[in-house]
Write a protein that binds this ligand. Structure first.
Ligand code: NAP
Length: 342
């Protein structure tokens, strides 16, 4: 491998957008040291809101030291193994979901940063990253139980479409919230019993009229009026899981005046809980194993956005597509323009 190079996207400066802050750089490819492997990436996943906030140095728990590599999840095939590596062999599929491992053509690092997948396909990439987030959010933070009613925002998105399916599989009644007829039809096809198009319906009014018993679990990644609607309609002992705030991307959350949140949860014995997948690493292996099995049994569908993004340059396009709010399903990039997997 001596003399080989690879390209990666590196954040060079703090900037309002990822595209303005980052450059594509070419670097020598490190040989794997003892306990390390080199993976040649085929696909990576896009986390546009996180990327944008990283470019702005606005993610509380990520300390930016410039320049920094970027991206989180990528999947590829093992190209070389270092001394003492027994759990990976050349040609194996390997997936990583660690920050700075994503937006690069190749990745050399300790085997602990990688997990096995049956093939280096887009599907296993999405399952190991966004799928894992969805399952852990539902189980560890939402503590969902069969028969409960669960509301999910951005339900047609990468995270949302997994949340909907996994909640249905758990025997929950699922209400999806999404923007536009096409997304709503997709969410219904995944098994949601009610899909609310927030562009044409008032989410709070629908929940109050059609679910007078309230929502047992809500998972919100949008914030704004959708968060308000979920909170106002939370059931006794309900859990409102906050996994993001897409509507607050500008870092200037809307200032609202109203009764403190205590009033909304106290008499109901309800709770509002933050979900941050990066703080739940001990659950990743188990979640990934179960998700792969569900997928292989044909019980879990992986939907990709229709816009195809190719090469490292395509990462910028994928980020902008996701930020437009128009994407449906998981946004990924084919780092190598070729086989798209199953
Ligand atoms: N906490 C964690 O550990 C964790 C892990 C993974 C993902 N996340 C978060 O989960 C959310 C979903 O991630 P994803 O990658 O799967 O994205 P996504 O849901 O595929 O895309 C974002 C969706 O959010 C909705 N949205 C509402 N307001 C928006 C706005 N102002 N700008 C852009 N989108 C808006 C749009 O759908 P509709 O118009 O249909 O609502 C859009 O399609 C993100 O907020 C992400 O940061 C959090």
């Amino acid at each position: 491998m001596g003399g080989q190079t690879y390209r990666a996207i590196r954040l060079e400066r703090i900037a309002p957008s990822f595209r303005e802050g980052a450059n594509i750089v070419e670097l020598p490819l490190a040989q794997p040291g003892p306990g390390e492997i080199t993976v040649r990436n085929l696909h990576c996943g896009v986390n546009a809101i996180f990327d944008t906030q990283v470019a702005r140095n606005a993610v509380d728990y990520v300390k930016i030291a410039l320049p920094t590599f970027t991206g989180v999840e990528a999947i590829g095939t093992v190209e070389a193994v270092g001394e003492g590596v027994t759990d990976f062999a050349v040609g194996d599929a390997a997936v990583t979901v660690r920050f700075t491992g994503g937006y690069r053509e190749a990745n050399t690092g300790p085997t602990a940063q990688f997990a096995h997948a049956r093939t280096a396909s887009r599907q296993y990439l999405a399952l190991a990253s966004t799928g894992v987030s969805a399952l852990i959010a539902l189980e560890q933070i939402g503590e969902v139980k069969a028969g409960e009613t669960i509301a999910i925002s951005a339900a047609a998105g990468g995270l949302g479409h997994f949340l909907v399916q996994l909640a249905v599989l758990k025997g929950c009644r699922v209400i999806g919230v999404a923007g536009g007829a096409e997304k709503c039809a997709f969410v219904a096809s995944l098994g949601a019993e009610r899909v609310i198009d927030y562009r044409s319906e008032d989410v709070g009014a629908v929940l109050a009229a059609e679910y007078p018993g309230g929502i047992d679990v809500a998972v919100d990644t949008v914030s704004g009026t959708i968060f308000d609607a979920f909170l106002a309609n939370i059931a006794n002992h309900g859990r409102l899981v906050v996994g993001g705030a897409a509507a607050d991307l500008e870092g200037k959350p809307e200032i609202v005046t109203g009764p403190r949140i205590a009033h909304a949860i106290y008499y109901k014995g309800a709770s509002v809980r933050g979900f941050m997948n990066g703080l739940l690493v001990p659950h990743w292996d188990d979640a990934r194993t179960r998700l792969f099995k569900l997928y292989e049994e044909g019980k879990l569908h992986v939907q990709f956005d229709s816009q195809r993004n190719i090469g490292l340059e395509g990462i910028y396009d994928g980020i902008e597509r996701l930020l437009s709010g128009k994407s449906m399903g998981k946004v990924i990039v084919d780092i190598v323009d070729g086989e798209q997997g199953e």
